[in-house]
Ligand binder design. Structure first.
Ligand code: ACO
Length: 402
């Protein structure tokens, strides 16, 4: 492929590709995605195999350092992480200052950025690889603490401190569902479901939030600030925010009597802004492989937990109708990862507005791996061009003459 960044056109010509539909912004060795075939691999390993056999923290290591860890490397990694799970006590004041009902994604983005104030060594330019690694460990280790505290704050419950005897995912669940007054047993079914969900979200090459992390990092911004920007990008309903939007849509359809044909018709009506949330993808023009795994996991988890959720039935009906409808078939619109994930989060007891935060927790290793790769490749500052469509030169008009 021609590296167009090396081609400087003295005449000022630029390539216009609004939404970067066909523009590659980097070379990356992290995630392989074939949207036509529905293939997704992290560092060469298929998503299906990783979701079945691996744990989230192993996958995080794989994405960030390039290889699956040996038993010793995994132990060392967990040990290092467990020594950075606490966040500065003053961060509590930060959460106390938010209105109790404010959206968790706003709280997460600002609190992750605020970590740079508490751990200012991250602001140093020209960090050594060891210093970069420490920022990586701190970000990974502290994120579950922040995420669970945001949840506890929304309930008005006391914050729960990490217990470092637990593995990464169990520790997160302990801080989320645990109580100060007594130890709460974390159901292994829930630990396994969370591992699977987080693995499926861990990376997805140059999506909107990951590109944001890379572009912010390309100005030599610190890791906390770059991840915070990624969280902001993920928040939107066209990206990670779709998992919240899907459940809200399914609940609305349920309250409306469950007439899926009516809602499919609304999604097809070009005069109606409504879109079938959780359907369609910029890159997948075949089934999203993550959606297949999540759909199966959803059935399994609901059965294991003994939950009968009517919303799951509506989701399945919608999918069945849409997959036969020429509108969706012609446009190659299939369910994406967000279509079924919210149903699992709901079954696990998470409130709807926490869903996108859980996506962020899963995507964190991918953001970190991509930020690290961008730094190691010494990529130049990201700076797209534009085609100017504004006014031609004109003279200033004094205020009394306008
Ligand atoms: N419902 C109805 N029609 C749709 C949908 C949908 N969910 N998605 C796309 N379309 C239609 C568009 O109206 C357009 O139709 P047209 O050709 O007649 O104008 C055509 O399909 C192509 O859609 P675009 O918006 O051009 O596709 P793009 O690649 O820009 O957008 C996106 C992809 C944002 C994911 C889109 O499919 C969408 O809005 N989906 C719903 C939100 C969603 O689920 N987002 C999560 C994505 S996955 C993730 O981020 C983790």
């Amino acid at each position: 492929a021609i590296d167009i960044s090396k081609l400087r056109d003295e005449s000022g010509h630029v390539t216009l590709d609004i939404g970067y539909k066909n523009t590659g912004a980097t070379k990356s060795a992290i995630t392989f995605l074939d949207g036509e075939q529905g293939i997704l691999r992290y560092r060469g390993y298929s998503i299906e195999e990783l979701a079945e056999k691996s744990t989230f923290i192993e996958v995080a290591y794989l994405l960030i350092y390039g290889e699956l860890p040996t038993a010793q490397q995994l132990e060392d990694f967990q040990y290092e992480l467990s020594h950075h799970t606490l966040v500065h006590e003053d961060m509590k004041k930060f959460f106390d200052g938010f209105p109790q009902r404010s959206h968790p994604m706003g709280q997460l983005s600002s609190s992750v950025c605020a970590l740079s104030a508490f751990y200012p060594e991250s602001l140093k330019t020209n960090q050594t690889p060891e210093e970069i690694n420490l920022s990586i460990i701190k970000t990974l280790a502290k994120m579950p603490t922040l995420v669970s505290w945001i949840y506890k704050r929304s309930l008005g419950h006391p914050y729960i401190y990490p217990k470092n005897k637990f593995d990464y995912v169990t520790n997160y669940l302990h801080m989320t569902f645990g109580q100060r007054t007594e130890d709460v047993d974390i159901d292994p079914v829930i630990v396994s479901a969370m591992n699977k969900l987080l693995i499926l979200h861990a990376d997805h090459e140059q999506n909107c939030s990951t590109s944001t992390v890379r572009i912010v990092g390309s100005s030599d911004s610190n890791l906390y600030a770059s991840v915070s920007a990624g969280i902001a990008a993920l928040w939107g309903p066209l990206h990670g925010g779709a998992n919240q939007a899907v459940i809200e849509m399914l609940e609305k359809i349920q309250q409306d009597g469950g007439d899926t044909d009516k809602w499919i018709a609304k999604a097809k009506d070009k005069n109606d802004p409504f879109r079938l949330m959780g359907f369609g993808h910029r890159v997948y023009k075949n089934f999203d492989p993550r959606a297949k795994i999540i759909k199966k996991a959803c059935d399994d988890i609901l059965e294991k937990l003994g939950i009968n959720d009517e919303v799951l039935e509506i989701a399945k009906q919608l999918e069945e109708v849409a997959l036969k409808d020429p509108y969706f078939v012609q446009r190659k619109l299939y369910p994406n990862v967000d279509f079924y994930s919210g149903i699992i989060y709901r079954a696990l007891g998470f409130p709807t507005d926490m869903f996108t935060v859980l996506f962020a927790l899963g995507r964190l290793p991918g953001w970190i791996a991509q930020w690290k790769e961008m730094k190691e490749n010494k990529e130049p500052i990201g700076r797209p061009r534009q085609i100017y469509t504004g006014e031609t030169p004109r003279s200033y008009v004094d205020l009394d003459k306008r």
